[in-house]
Write a protein that binds this ligand. Structure first.
Ligand code: PEP
Length: 247
């Protein structure tokens, strides 16, 4: 039985004042029955981790380097994220694949580095609208999946987030059938590669315009183990009803 996971991605949003949202989330969910992960910008990770020492909420990063240390100005290693208190890291988000030209091979190297540092890797995959309209969705997802997931993956340290690019921050969301088709496909691919153990235990999140009013519909879809939430994770007022829909 996989434990549900609600993950928030603050992207390049948030300053110290926004740590109040973490206090509010803790107060709204003193003893959550699902796993909670919040990925604030790197500048807030250490402070955020300090706030959740007495709570099940976990803190994660939004990217890491492929190397553990070295001459890479401006980058952050997985070991540094772990040192700051992170327990997970989002990798291969479509904004990084696009803004930083990250390919799936780079994502796989980052995920391996994350696993070596003891972090859970939340690896994002997703198709563009043009790829969906050309009926290439499953080919794209299959390719990203096999190239982005390293052999170091286990049921505990791997989470896959299916995030159709056209649904991120747009208010557009796939139908339950469309989400189910992709999630069933990802599950089958993971089982084929990693066997019944890790293949069945890795969690699959849906991400892209999840809001309080559509969360229950998304969570009812087969092989959806939770959500990766962007905009609606910025405030406890919006994130909390999504968490409740998963509980
Ligand atoms: C995301 O960027 O991971 C995301 C899902 O964003 P939003 O929920 O805002 O669409």
């Amino acid at each position: 039985m996989r434990r549900k996971l609600a993950a928030g991605n603050w992207k390049m949003n948030g300053t110290l004042a926004d740590l109040a949202q973490i206090e509010a989330l803790k107060a709204a969910h003193p003893d959550p029955s699902v796993d909670l992960l919040l990925c604030p910008p790197a500048t807030l990770i250490h402070a955020a981790a300090g706030l959740v020492r007495d709570h099940a909420l976990r803190i994660g990063g939004q990217d890491c380097h492929t190397q553990a240390a070295g001459a890479h100005t401006g980058d952050i290693s997985a070991a540094q994220l772990a040192d700051a208190g992170a327990q997970a890291v989002i990798l291969g988000h479509s904004e990084r694949r696009e803004d930083h030209e990250e390919d799936s091979e780079t994502v796989r190297a980052k995920a391996r580095a994350a696993h070596e540092a003891g972090l859970m890797a939340v690896i994002c995959v997703g198709e563009s609208l043009a790829q969906r309209e050309a009926l290439n969705t499953l080919d794209i997802i299959g390719g990203q999946l096999s190239a982005s997931v390293p052999d170091t993956a286990t049921g505990e340290n791997l989470v896959i987030a299916y995030e159709p690019i056209w649904a991120i921050g747009t208010g557009r969301i796939p139908t339950p059938d469309q989400i189910g088709e992709v999630h069933d496909f990802i599950r089958a691919r993971l089982e084929r590669r990693f066997g019944a153990g890790a293949g069945r235990s890795a969690r699959l999140l849906y991400g892209g315009s999840v809001k309080p009013d559509n969360a229950a519909t998304v969570f009812a879809v087969s092989n959806v183990d939770g959500a990766l939430v962007g905009g609606a994770s910025l405030t406890a007022d919006e994130f909390s009803p999504i968490i409740k829909a998963l509980e």
